[in-house]
Design a protein around this ligand. Structure first.
Ligand SMILES: Cc1ncc(C[n+]2csc(CCOP(=O)(O)OP(=O)(O)O)c2C)c(N)n1
Ligand SMILES: [Mg+2]
Length: 685
């Protein structure tokens, strides 16, 4: 039975606390929390299973606030349901150092399951949580235990429903029959610019029905009894994900702003808050919670804690019943990676003949999947090209959630956000894969992975103009600089199979997002004496050296071999050269000064970077006087060898560019001002 009176009072408390905190902050979005307060109060006081004493409790349901601008809804709930978010924090909403930032931030505030704010991203991450949950349960037998059947409750607004990622993810979730998803659509017909009729007139319910979702309608989701009825129906699965289309009024309760877009994103104003309080007969003093509401919520928390304790006991019995299974479960939860992973992957790498790095990655992946049960991922319809399938791993789908290979379909953005949700579920190391150039389609997901410091691995292949015939649309140029510019992302572009194995080991042992950039074309392995020097975790190392070198060639990926070829030619002309492979700028920059100085000594003034991509940012390593060889224009459609020749990516072409830059003829000298050849003083004149 729903305690209608107390649930209503709880909802009113959420409304008033939200309005007051936003008023104090002089910024925020009161309309959404006020409109969704009734839904949230019913859900949290009756249905949601969670454990405020242990926000990471494995048996919990998840609450995902996809409409992240409504953060005060979540903060009010976390305060009321004893997550340790005290009133001072609500008073410091949006202020420096508070636990109540403008949008919910994962890892910052207990009880926040995912960072949201970019609309639709929470919805799509929730789909990933469901994927990871299903897989973990199926692989470990938890699916038949009755212990791991938590729901994922998502709150989405019109904005989420308009965003493309939501469509991609909803389509995927419907196909996969992820029935633990229960989405509340806050159907209030209002977004920032006014009534949604100005831009959004489709039938959302019909769209979701077409995606194989069950639609539950709630014609007044500001009526707690109607919400209760809708949730009761939603809880009773019919095998499909559920969307509750709930009609609400934005800013519900505020007499002059209710139903208006002016309630969306600005404080109500003191007068309107007074009118709200009067309208709700709300008497508790500002920033206080009435005793009966406190007691009502505390009572629910006590119930939940007891439930969680009972669950913990049963779960322990489940673990005790089968030691092997318990070990397997632990390997998922800890995302265990063996300590000798690098040696094992190197032993598995195909280093006997030239191999495309996507292909060596495919081989190494097999070993990695064997050693790391938690490794789980897939591709956006390109697995045959990106070599990202686990052979004999089975296909993840409604008939086999234990399958290790996810077919995300041609839905890159949904894939990226799902990978985030998978990581957030805490039971896998997710990876996802596509052609490098299409990383633009999931860039916002990578950014969110970085903000949340999620351990996601991206396998991006066809990493340069060497793609060849597919032409400029398929040839990444600026993408690598874009990824390197995202704080917290580690980009690794291995030179060959030796480096691929080391790169995978580094990626598996990382604690944030890692991008692997791999080639379509074959790359020669290192000679054994060089192979033994490979250590991708250091970011860069010397692969070919000479005493008293006066030039350093600094290359990544496919250009390391090119640099070795150019070095050979330069030596024939008595230039002393060192060649450095730099698979990862970020990892190199994390090394101590001594190591950096050992590899790239500052006394060597002539540094040349070589990378088949935009040169943007390489000055950081070459210095302003150095030479950055790359491609600062789009590619072209032709066989890759032709492109390499035309773009100067041959040993001869590289040597020519170096000579042009660092040497000059007599006629380049003019007057007393010195050399004007552009050699930046390196010609010795
Ligand atoms: C990807 C993205 N685009 C734009 C915004 C800016 N924004 C925040 S809320 C909002 C309107 C959302 O409307 P709705 O979801 O209906 O929220 P409501 O006004 O009903 O609270 C917009 C455009 C955003 N947060 N994310
Ligand atoms: Mg809206």
């Amino acid at each position: 039975m729903l305690n209608v009176e107390m649930v209503k009072k709880t909802a009113d408390t959420i409304r008033v606390l939200s309005a007051e905190a936003i008023q104090k902050a002089k910024s925020g979005h009161p309309g959404m929390p006020m409109g969704c307060a009734d839904y949230a109060a019913v859900l949290w006081s009756k249905y949601l299973r969670h454990n405020p004493a242990n926000p990471n409790w494995l048996g919990r349901d998840r609450f995902v606030l996809s409409a992240g601008h409504g953060s005060m809804l979540l903060y009010s709930l976390l305060h009321l349901f004893e997550y340790g978010l005290d009133m001072e924090e609500l008073k410091s909403f949006r202020q420096w150092g508070s636990l109540t930032p403008g949008h919910p931030e994962y890892g910052h505030t207990d009880g926040v399951e995912v960072t949201t704010g970019p609309l639709g991203s929470g919805f799509s991450s929730a789909v990933g949580m469901a994927i990871a949950k299903r897989h973990f349960a199926a692989r470990t037998g938890l699916d038949k235990s009755g212990l791991y059947d938590g729901k994922i409750f998502v709150v989405s607004g019109d904005g989420c429903m308009m965003e493309g990622c939501t469509s991609e993810s909803a389509s995927l979730a419907g196909h996969l029959k992820l029935d633990e998803l229960i989405v509340f659509y806050d159907d209030n017909n209002i977004s920032i610019e006014g009534n949604t009729a100005i831009a959004f007139t489709e039938d959302v319910a019909a769209r979701f029905a077409a995606y194989n979702w069950r639609v539950v309608r709630c014609d007044d989701a500001n009526d707690v009894e109607k919400v209760d009825a809708a949730l009761a129906e939603a809880m009773n699965s019919d095998g499909r994900p559920t969307i509750i289309v709930g009609k609400t009024k934005i800013g519900f309760g505020a007499p002059n702003k209710e139903g208006k877009s002016s309630a969306h994103g600005e404080p109500l104003g003191d007068e309107e808050i007074a009118a709200l309080r009067a309208n709700l007969n709300y008497t508790a003093a500002p920033f206080t919670v009435a005793d009966d509401v406190k007691a009502f919520c505390a009572n629910r928390v006590a119930e939940l804690k007891a439930e969680a304790a009972a669950w913990d006991k049963k779960y322990q019995e489940f673990l005790d019943a089968d030691a092997d299974r318990a070990k397997l479960i632990a390997s998922y939860i800890n995302q265990s990676v063996p300590a000798d992973i690098e040696a094992q992957l190197i032993a598995a790498a195909p280093v006997d003949k030239p191999t495309a790095s996507r292909a060596s990655s495919g081989v190494v992946l097999q070993k990695a999947a064997e050693l790391v049960p938690a490794l789980f991922g897939g591709a956006a319809d390109l697995a045959p090209s990106t070599k990202s399938n686990v052979k004999d791993g089975g296909e993840f789908g409604p008939d086999n959630y234990a399958g290790r290979n996810i077919h995300f379909g041609v839905r890159e953005f949904a894939m990226g956000l799902a990978a985030n949700g998978m990581a957030l579920n805490g039971t896998c190391i997710p990876y996802c894969s596509t052609f490098f150039v299409f990383c633009d389609y999931l860039k916002p997901a990578i950014r969110l992975a970085a903000i949340q410091n999620l351990h996601v691995i991206y396998i991006f292949t066809h990493d340069s103009f060497y793609v060849g015939e597919d032409g400029p649309t398929h040839e990444p140029i600026e993408q690598i600089a874009m990824l390197r510019s995202i704080p917290g992302v580690t980009v690794i572009r291995p030179a060959n199979a030796n480096e691929v194995a080391s790169a995978w080991a580094t990626a598996l042992q990382a604690d944030g997002p890692v991008v692997l950039l791999l080639t379509r074309q074959d790359l020669a392995p290192y000679a054994p004496e060089v192979a033994s020097k490979v250590d991708v975790s250091k970011g860069a190392f010397v692969v070919d050296d000479e005493e008293d070198f006066d030039l350093i060639l600094l290359a990544t990926g496919s250009e390391v071999n090119l640099a070795l070829g150019a070095a050979k030619l330069l030596r024939e002309e008595e230039v002393r050269v060192r060649v450095v492979s730099m698979p990862s700028q970020e990892l190199f920059l994390q090394q101590d000064y001594e190591y950096q100085e050992e590899v790239l000594p500052s006394y060597c003034g002539a540094v040349v970077s070589i990378e088949a991509a935009s040169t943007f940012g390489w000055e950081r390593f070459t210095g302003l006087d150095g030479l950055t060889i790359g491609l600062d224009h789009f590619g072209a459609s032709a066989p890759y060898k032709v492109l390499a020749d035309k773009f100067g990516f041959t040993p001869e072409g590289i040597v020519e560019q170096i000579k042009d830059y660092f040497s000059c003829d007599e006629e380049d000298l003019e007057g007393e001002g010195g050399c004007s050849c552009g050699c930046h003083g390196h010609c010795g004149e």
